[in-house]
Design a protein around this ligand. Sequence first.
Ligand code: UDP
Ligand code: MG
Length: 322
Amino acid sequence: MTDRSTSEPEICLIFPCYNEQEVLPDLLDVLRLLDLGIPMRFLFIDDGSADKTLPILQDACISDQRMACLSFSRNFGHQVAVTAGLKHAKGDIVAILDADLQDPPELLKQFIEKWREGYDVVYGIRANRKESWFLRTCYSSFYHLLEKSANILIPRDAGDFALMDRKVVDVLNTLPEHNRFVRGLRGWVGFRQTGVKYARPARHAGKPSYNMKRLTRLALDGLLSFSSAPLRFSAWLGVSAAFLGFCYLAYALGVFLSGKELPEGWTSTVVLILFLGGVQLIVLGILGEYLGRIFEEVKGRPHYVLGDRAGWITDIDPIKNC
Ligand code: UDP
Ligand code: MG
């Protein structure tokens, strides 16, 4: 094994980009001035942007040999863009960053130090969340739920901002699932992992593309791909409902045996029907979520379809175009 403390690795920085025309000029300036002390490459994934993101990136690739760009045929989503980046990245270390400068590239120096100490995955931990009180509560409950129910360690408050050794990237690239929750997969892979705390700045320019719907989708992907706890929960829900039903039956029997008149029964019937109907729908919904994901997987479609490419990218499958 090469000695990491003295070796000169090459690093590849991956940036998923979706409608980032406003922030890209600043990002490119930062990257041109960036010095991490080791050779660098940059890979941009244009996730089907509708603005000038792609032409800006293509121009940048012409003027800087270290830059390359892949574009998707449509918007496939952030996690898929990161997946494509990991697949086509070159180099001994690969880093994933937001294109909006929320993950400061110069912080990678600290990450590389950790890598030299022997860590294979170094991820950023958001020390200060700048979101609203409501979103912060949602995030913290989600990570709490995930920590309690997932079968693997998914570090709290760690996003996709991370640096990974080549061997980790190679393993990630062999994982076939379509519902990609990259930070979860990264945790699943194992090896030596550590976090570095950082104050996450606000978005440099442009608008965030994660709205509540997309965030919920990501949270569901995380929860359902890494835990079967919801299935267990639905079973418990069924058992609890049955238990309540049994209690009611015992009560009714008790009343009957003591010779008293049984209550008319309308309200209790309606309550029971509503309660049991609700429980059944919840359970069906949870089963449906898993079934939908299984359906996605069995279709076995490629994760993304490529459009244009520029720069040093060469390893594209010409038949599958991915
Ligand atoms: N992104 C993407 N595809 C999408 C949505 C977002 O590639 O469908 C990119 C986006 O350009 C950014 C990163 O993913 O570089 C994170 O997105 P955003 O900044 O909107 O998320 P937030 O930082 O608010 O979680
Ligand atoms: Mg962002």
